[in-house]
Write a protein that binds this ligand. Structure first.
Ligand code: ARG
Length: 461
């Protein structure tokens, strides 16, 4: 190859991340060759010793001259340098094709676990914050228009449920990542009597991949993981979008911590939510990486093609962007202060409690919900037109409108009407499982706490 072609095709630039994994893979493979008497004991021990030495010396001890195409060659050269040409025995019954697939799986499984722990920590913080806001009444939106009262706790716990699914998706994907391709060699295994179960155990894989062609060339474990990351980033981006809206003067619901805001170089009064904006933008990178990976994969005939090398930098970038974004969004959201007065103010205006006024008509006076809906709709229209607020709605006012519409007078008690229109009462009455009443949200928090305990324990935390 010309120097230019060698540089163009080299993976060295992004192989650093698999450095330790490649030592592990070589170690397990060599140990297996020794155990199965495929290579001489002494030679095997020398190779294992050199690999141990490299682990201690670290990445910087590797020599990268232009003839070295990738990390696998650099590591083999290092061993050769230490023990001489018998180092060549370590490549018996092995190819860089099964080796790289093994390395990527080893690193990725750890990255998945790290990301999962990050999700659990975020969930834990949100559950705690929700506990501080069980009765902080706030407005819920549909179509970004005032819909019905909720609490900040209920809103935060909605994000917790989304994060739980993001976590579970990764948990499921992990099963398909943690499989061993080693022993597939170039694509058809080998005529040496290797022991695939042994390398599987040594490397902590759940099982080995059962088809050697699939073993060297399948990368759907990567596209699947990146989809999971993309879904997680979607959750994070939605959170950021809300924080940005909520921090505006118009919403005025939150105060972002100074640590996660910036100011303007010209407008001294500004406090900008830059971290949230960048997190919203960076999440998009992961979507892009997913499309890149899927597009590379769709045109690859069996088995190994060099195109597969080009997938990994996109995978690692997706992992890094996701982990960085998860970490900063966690800290940013947990440091947000909710302006409780403003939240309550929004929940108590625009007749967001109108559904309950209709509900008491159904409950107390047995009139069909559709009729109640019509009456309340007219009440809201007329009251809004004449500048009346929730507190001004009396039983008499309701009956006047009911009569106007040709219905019988309802004779609802005034305090019942006011209770229905009170946002906190409104929320408290929603005691159906999944609802925003403080009692139900408390149950939801308990369930999540239990989940978190179990999962933290599984992850050894
Ligand atoms: N750097 C390569 C990769 O990442 C390693 C495998 C090379 N195999 C080969 N047949 N050239 O895929």
């Amino acid at each position: 190859m010309t120097d230019e072609a060698a540089e163009y095709t080299s993976s060295l630039e992004f192989d650093k991340i698999i450095f330790e994994a490649d030592i592990k893979t070589n170690f397990a493979h060599t140990l297996m060759l020794k155990e199965e008497n495929i290579i001489d004991d002494e030679i095997a021990d020398n190779i294992l010793g050199a690999l141990d030495q490299l682990k201690e010396d670290g990445y910087n001890e590797l020599v990268f001259d232009p003839s070295v195409e990738d990390i696998h060659m650099a590591i083999e050269n290092y061993v050769t340098d230490k023990i001489g040409p018998t180092a060549g025995f370590m490549h018996t019954a092995k190819s860089r094709n099964d080796q790289v697939a093994t390395d990527v799986r080893l690193v990725l499984r750890d990255k998945i676990t790290e990301t999962q722990i990050g999700i659990l920590e975020f969930m834990e913080g949100l559950v705690e914050k929700a506990g501080e806001h069980l009765e902080t009444v706030f407005i819920g939106y549909t179509h970004l228009q005032h819909a019905q009262p909720i609490t900040i706790a209920h809103h935060l716990m909605a994000h917790v449920q989304a994060l739980k699914r993001d976590y579970e998706r990764l948990e499921d994907t992990y099963k398909r990542v943690n499989l061993n391709p080693l022993g597939s060699a170039a694509m058809t295994t080998t005529s040496f009597p290797i022991n695939r179960q042994l390398t599987t155990d040594l490397l902590g894989f759940d099982a080995y991949l059962e088809n050697s062609m699939d073993g060297v060339s399948s990368r759907d474990f990567i596209s699947e993981t990146v989809f999971d990351l993309s879904a997680l980033c979607t959750t994070l981006s939605k959170i950021c979008e809300e924080l940005i809206l909520w921090s505006t003067y118009e919403f005025g619901i939150i105060e972002m911590a100074d640590e996660y805001s910036s100011t303007s170089s010209i407008m001294p009064q500004k406090k900008n939510p830059d971290v949230a904006e960048l997190a919203r933008a960076k999440s998009t990178i992961v979507n892009g990486e997913l499309v890149t990976i899927l597009t590379i994969l769709k045109a690859i005939p069996y088995t190994y093609n060099r195109d597969l090398q080009e997938i990994t930098p996109h995978l690692w970038n997706a992992v890094k962007v996701t982990q960085d974004t998860l970490s900063i969004v966690t800290k940013m959201l947990l440091s947000v202060k909710f302006k409780e007065d403003r939240c309550l103010e929004l929940a108590g205006t625009n007749f967001a409690t109108a559904t309950d006024l209709a509900d008491i008509m159904v409950r107390e006076k047995q009139i069909p919900f559709r009729t109640a809906h019509k009456i309340v709709g007219r009440i809201v229209n007329e009251a809004t037109a004449s500048g009346l607020k929730e507190a001004d709605i009396t039983s008499e006012y309701i009956d006047d409108i009911a009569s106007e519409l040709g219905f019988e007078k309802l004779g609802l008690e005034d305090d019942l009407v006011q209770k229905a229109l009170n946002p906190l009462e409104n929320v408290k009455m929603r005691t159906v499982p999944g609802g925003p009443s403080p009692a139900m949200v408390e149950i939801a928090r308990d369930n999540i706490k239990e989940f978190l305990n179990e999962e933290f324990e599984k992850k050894g935390i």
